[in-house]
Design a protein around this ligand. Structure first.
Ligand code: NDP
Ligand code: HSE
Length: 437
């Protein structure tokens, strides 16, 4: 039986998940691949902690270079996270002719172009199924399953931690901090959870999705990004009153030859396909020109689903090795740049529905002053709720609008927030309509 030898750098949540899959499903994997996937070495800074999987402790080292330099190792799996050091190990491994598997979305989103060029130069594969949406095989879907389609739109929940926090805040009224600490304990959060909360992690994943769906290395800094740190229990409550919930969405849409790329919390109608994606689950809605709407759903974070995604890449590369081939599918999914590269649609040009929460003094004529400014900027109101006096003499006025242009919205809110009757900065959420499913 042929053997494919693997070295793992980073024996944390995902690393331990990967090892668990390899141990538990060893026979099945051998049968599927026609080769034995042999884990030869594991590097981690801490080789004393119990990772919950039984391994031969002589495999362990604190020096990742032992893996990079081992001539017997065919595939290096990078699961340590972070950019600089991880990049160094990956480049050295490629230079030595080793294939690379990684779950590191930050690295692929920010340095994918360079990494893909290096993989090409050294004739090795770089695989990153675990980098987007955990256990959902969305990378393979975009590279292979939907390869016959022009992708028109992607609408997704791509961060398990943020979705977990919003679900628990909505369902049980947990505080933001309580929900975050549970997400950390369950292994969903990044080593630096700011990335989950401020939208960066979802933006990293959206960058990868756009690159594969549209065939050019999309720049991470071109994704518009807002996080969930501004989502208050008050807005969650008002969303419910209007028949919506709040989700952190990652959106890529082709509009008249441009591409919209944005990550932000949004009002999602309760009968929308994404409204019932809860806890650490992710979902990716993809519209192809021939398939029409498709939906992919599953756990987006955590040791077991992500471990499964990593091992699926090992299986893919091992199968290639058995057949004596490599680089069957380009890492960016297009063998050459597409004939037409889309340009980025600036955020102030997007058109969508909006939710506003104004805080205003409780006096006659307030609503007409606000609606006057909105009307003068082509923003029409779909519904309004005005509450009775709450604190400090100020009242919330919440409204949903019909479709409006973001630049008009920004202009209006700037004027409204300068009115003497407005007591706090107005809160804004974008509102999604129902999808084709
Ligand atoms: P962890 O922090 O649990 O694991 C990373 C491990 O790598 C730690 O044990 C860390 O040690 C070790 N490490 C750090 N630097 C080195 C080094 N130079 N040499 C050897 N080991 C090192 O992270 P996760 O497993 O959660 O995440 C790993 C990667 O997978 C990240 O890129 C993350 O974004 C990605 N990912 C995570 C998912 C999840 O659900 N957790 C899902 C999908 C992707 P120490 O703790 O001592 O620093
Ligand atoms: N921190 C990430 C999340 C891990 O919560 O989605 C999975 O990529």
């Amino acid at each position: 039986m042929p053997q494919v030898k693997v070295g793992l750098i980073g024996f944390g949540t995902v690393g331990a998940g990967m090892v668990e899959v390899l141990i538990n499903n060893r026979q099945l994997i051998e049968d599927r691949v026609g080769a034995e996937i042999v884990l030869k070495k594991i590097a981690d800074l801490d080789i004393d902690s119990d990772r919950g999987v039984k391994i031969d402790t002589t495999f362990l080292t604190t020096d990742a270079m032992e893996i990079v330099n081992d001539p017997e190792i065919d595939i290096v799996v990078e699961l340590m996270g972070g950019c600089d050091q991880a990049m160094e190990y990956i480049l050295m491994a490629m230079e030595k002719g080793k294939h690379v598997v990684t779950a590191n979305k930050a690295l692929i989103a920010e340095y994918g172009k360079l990494l893909f060029e290096m993989a090409e130069r050294y004739g090795v594969d770089i695989a990153f199924e675990a980098s987007v949406a955990g256990g959902i095989p969305i990378i393979r879907v975009l590279k292979e399953g939907l390869a016959a389609n022009q992708i028109k739109a992607v609408l997704a929940i791509l961060n398990g931690t943020a979705n977990y926090i919003l679900t628990r805040m909505t369902g049980e009224g947990l505080s933001f901090d309580e929900a975050l600490s549970i997400a950390k304990r369950l292994g969903y959060a990044e080593a630096d959870p700011t990335l989950d909360i401020d939208g960066s992690d979802a933006a990293h994943k959206l960058t990868i999705v756009i690159s594969l769906a549209f065939g050019f290395p999309f720049k991470y800094e071109n994704v518009y990004k807002e996080g969930i740190d501004g989502v208050s229990p008050e807005d969650i409550r008002f969303a419910g009153e209007f028949g919506y919930c709040i989700k952190l969405l990652a959106i890529a849409r082709e509009v008249d030859g441009d591409i919209e790329a944005r990550v932000h919390p949004a009002f999602v109608p309760l009968d929308h396909i994404l409204a019932n994606v809860n806890e650490a689950y992710n979902a990716v809605y993809v519209e192809g020109d021939f398939t029409g709407p498709t939906l992919f759903y599953g756990l987006g974070a955590g040791r077991r689903p992500t471990g499964s995604a990593v091992v699926s890449d090992l299986i893919d590369i091992a199968r290639n090795q058995v057949k004596g081939i490599a680089r069957r599918v380009s890492p960016i999914s297009f063998a050459r740049p597409p004939a037409k590269e889309l340009s980025l649609r600036p955020m102030d040009q997007i058109v969508t529905d909006y939710y506003f929460r104004f805080s205003a003094v409780d006096s006659p004529g307030v609503l007409s002053k606000i609606s006057g400014i909105l009307g003068a900027n082509n923003i029409s109101i779909a519904s309004v709720i005005q509450k009775s006096r709450e604190t400090h003499g100020s009242v919330p006025i919440v409204m949903l609008t019909h479709e409006a242009k973001e630049s008009n919205v920004r202009k209006s809110l700037e004027l409204i927030d300068k009115l003497g009757i407005v007591t706090e900065k107005t809160v804004l959420f974008r509102v999604e309509k129902k999808t084709g499913i």
